[in-house]
Design a protein around this ligand. Sequence first.
Ligand SMILES: Nc1ncnc2c1ncn2[C@@H]1O[C@H](COP(=O)(O)OP(=O)(O)OP(=O)(O)O)[C@@H](O)[C@H]1O
Ligand SMILES: [Mg+2]
Length: 240
Amino acid sequence: MIEIRNVRKSFGPLEVLKGIDLTVATGEVLSVIGGSGSGKSTLLTCINGLERIDSGSILIDGTEVHARSTDLDKLRRKVGIVFQQWNAFPHLTVIENVMLAPRKVLGMGKREAEEIAVRQLTHVGLADKLGVYPSRLSGGQQQRMAIARALAMSPKYMLFDEVTSALDPMLVGEVLDTLRMLAREGMTMICVTHEMKFAREVSDRVAFFHQGVMAEIAPPDELFEAPKRPETRQFLAATH
Ligand SMILES: Nc1ncnc2c1ncn2[C@@H]1O[C@H](COP(=O)(O)OP(=O)(O)OP(=O)(O)O)[C@@H](O)[C@H]1O
Ligand SMILES: [Mg+2]
């Protein structure tokens, strides 16, 4: 599980996370919603150790992410992250892009890496694009390739940061379907999203972030139907 305890993080004078407490259980799907600048992306980058924190702690299966003794490379294999946009290596084919991390980071042989890449690309519906160059993929296909690339490391946790928000509306559905599939399979996921319908359908809980504070967290029906905090109500009213 992921345990976030009283995490504070500032960029210069700006306090972006103001004491976040949050536990995500294994198998849970958590959606994170909230206005621009509320700290959602920062939280994800702190969870996988891309950003330092100022105080508090984040534990992944009991290992403290920001402890000096923690092997971050090893920890990151457990925690896949997919961003709004991933710049694939343009000179490598889709399958080569997905094989890269297993080969370089895990030291896997070519055969095995290929097998895993085919499996994961098939899983996200890209079995017919293996030998294609990324520039020939649609935005939705590129995002699914990015998901396959993360899955190729066999992560236990997946963090998604607005993976559909750079997409043409027509292509959002196919990427959300891929996330739904992972959720059904029992992947532990934190999804920062603007897709309220998705958050509602797929999540076990939804967290609303407001100005660096987790203002509210509840099961989706409760958060969307009966938000307790005025900030949540205001945000939801603005997004409908
Ligand atoms: N590396 C950085 N250096 C300085 N300030 C930063 C940095 N990264 C983020 N910030 C600031 O921290 C605040 C929180 O940013 P963050 O990206 O976490 O917000 P967010 O909730 O993901 O917003 P959005 O919905 O727009 O993606 C913002 O005010 C942002 O400008
Ligand atoms: Mg963000």
